[in-house]
Design a binder for this molecule. Sequence first.
Ligand code: ZN
Length: 160
Amino acid sequence: MIGVIYKIKCNITNEIYIGSTTNFIKRKQHHKELKYSSKNIIKRNNYNFYILDKREFTNNLSLLLLENLYIVICKKYCKCVNTKIAHRTKNIDNYIRIEYRKNNKNKIKLKDKKWYENNKEKIINIRRERNNKKVYCKICNKKMNYTSLSRHNKNIHSNQ
Ligand SMILES: [Zn+2]
C-alpha cells in the first residue's frame, strides 16, 4: 500500500497538524468536516497541505509508527496541534493484538485449551460457588440462587 504522511500548516499562526492516510485526496476532504484537531487551522482558512513522506508501506502499522515519529519531532520543534498520539498508540496496540491473534489462531486456541485443562478444577469450583450463591432481588427482596435472578427479573418484574 502507498501511504502518505502530510502536514497542514496555518499561514497565520504557523501551527502544524500531522496526519497519515492511504487516500490523500479523500482525507483532504475529511479535514473540512472539522473532525480532527486540525479544525482550528481549517476554520481560519489560510493554510496549505504538504506531503512529508510518500512511500510503499507493508502494512498500516508501519504507516502509523512513522506518523507518530513525525508527530513527536513536530511537537518538539514546532507548534504541533496533534492531540492524538496516545490514541494512535492505542490503535497501534490494537493493531498488534489483532495481527497477533490473526497470525496465531491455532497457537492461541491451544493455549486457551491448555489453560482450561490446567485450571479446570478451579474454574468448575468458581462456577459452582457462583451458581450456589444466594442473592436478594433488589426489587422485591426475595432470596434466590444467583442463576435464577435474571429469569426472576424477567418473569416477575419486566412489566413494572
Ligand atoms: Zn423480585
